[in-house]
Design a protein around this ligand. Structure first.
Ligand code: NZQ
Ligand code: ZN
Length: 391
């Protein structure tokens, strides 16, 4: 295991009707004038936004609102949010929604306290200052409720990039699993896939002797394998929703990723798909992961064989571990298809003719010099072959 620091100070409030504590949480973390940021309307339709406002009013906290965050959130609304916060003297950002809304909130929170263009942070500058952020999560997926990360798409050139820094870790996150019961099955499945991807991206490591985090990841993958189909079958299954919601947080606040190198090549390869085609991040990952894993498998076939045996119930072929490894990848792909995820470029709406552009954006944007690094370093030729495997 490698040396590490771990700092994850988010205060979580978990359970039924927990959004009723919004006002007291904002007060606790020093907010007096809030920007409520939300997406395309699900929180309006569900009545959540009204409950959140009532909770703020009961605490005597003033607020302004900015809705309209799109999945794969865009820079345009971030600039708008920054201006609004400055004009209205906002001192706290409240994200009500999913990963896209939370990430847009994080970008605004950082941008308000930065003299330059907030996009600098999405070109590698670490975020060291931001307004405090609270979240009320409505979809278990991105893990942004407990992460120091934000992913935004710049509209000029549809470049999708991430920024990071402890300053944008939410001060509090309210997790009421019942709020996720209104999700369409497709969005639930996208969330399940993303959570599993966050676990695999950490599982694929070049560090050795990492038993504790290996076992944590396996436990969470087993949980997703068990609970995922239960929420697809019955969207109102509160207990399955609850287990998935906490697994989603655990998968990405890095408690499973400390002391080990991590991959993130599947995420980087997927981000180009969601940037170009505006596909849901989880759906893109469902097509990306099996292709990446088959391509890089021989780098450490025993790692893939281990997850195949421990999570996917494969029997170990000691003479031919690659057979076990491949079977594990096949079972993952079948699982994702069984919950309704796309299997290939066509089902995703991606085009073979765009592969050169995908590879160029992937390997050359923002400081990348013709390759991406992770579990395995992949150059343009590798990335081209991986996209071709998705056809
Ligand atoms: O916009 P509304 O109307 O709210 O609808 C959303 C949206 O259409 C809908 N939805 C959310 N909760 C709902 C609901 N519909 C009905 N009932 C509910 N309770 O679901 C759709 C997707 O929402 P979105 O916020 O986009 O989903 P998700 O949480 O998957 O976020 C995806 C974004 O997060 C980024 C992705 O790249 C993508 O841009 N990621 C962020 C990470 C981070 N900050 O740490 C890590 C991840 O790997 C990921 O890259
Ligand atoms: Zn993700």
């Amino acid at each position: 295991m490698e040396s590490f620091t771990f700092y994850s100070p988010t205060y979580f409030v978990f359970g039924k009707e927990s959004e009723g504590q919004t006002g007291s949480m904002v007060s606790r973390f020093g907010g007096s004038r809030v920007l409520i940021h939300y997406g395309g309307g699900s929180v309006v339709r569900s009545g959540l936004l009204d409950r959140v406002k009532a909770s703020l009013k009961a605490e005597g906290i003033g607020f302004v609102e900015l809705g309209g965050v799109k999945p794969n959130p865009r820079s345009g609304l971030v600039y708008e949010g920054i201006e609004l916060c400055k004009k209205e003297n906002v001192d706290f950002i409240l994200a009500v929604g999913g990963g896209s809304t939370i990430d847009s909130s994080k970008a605004i929170a950082a941008g308000v306290l930065y003299d330059g263009d907030f996009w600098d942070y999405y070109c590698g500058k670490v975020i060291e200052k931001a307004l405090p952020i609270g979240t009320i999560l409505t979809i278990a997926a991105a893990g942004s409720e407990g992460s120091p990360d934000s992913v935004i798409t710049r509209e000029d050139d549809m470049m999708k990039r991430g920024a990071s820094g402890d300053a944008i870790r939410p001060k509090f996150s309210i997790l009421n699993p019942a709020l996720t019961q209104t999700l369409p099955a497709f969005q639930s499945a996208c969330g399940i896939t993303d959570i599993m991807a966050h676990l695999y991206e950490r599982y694929l490591t070049n560090s050795t002797e990492v038993e504790v985090t290996d076992r944590l990841i396996e436990a969470l993958l087993l949980t997703m394998k068990h609970e995922g189909p239960r929420v697809i079958e019955d969207p109102n299954n509160y207990d399955a929703r609850a287990n998935i919601m906490w697994a989603g947080m655990m998968a990405h606040n890095n408690s499973c990723g400390v002391g080990r190198s991590q991959d993130w090549n599947s995420h980087n390869i997927e981000h180009e798909l969601s940037a170009l085609y505006d596909v849901a991040h989880g759906a893109g990952l469902a097509v990306t992961m099996p292709a990446v894993f088959r391509y890089v498998m021989n780098h450490n076939v025993m790692r893939f064989a281990q997850v195949a045996v421990r999570v996917w119930g494969c029997s170990m072929d000691f003479e031919h571990p690659e057979v076990t490894a491949l079977e594990g990848i096949r079972r993952l792909a079948d699982f994702l298809a069984s919950i309704g995820m796309p299997k290939n470029f066509e089902e995703l709406g991606a085009k073979e003719a765009d592969i050169p552009q995908l590879v160029e954006n992937l390997c050359c944007g923002n400081g990348r010099e013709g390759k991406i690094t992770g579990f395995v370093t992949l150059d343009k030729d590798d990335c081209t072959k991986i996209y071709q495997m998705m056809i």
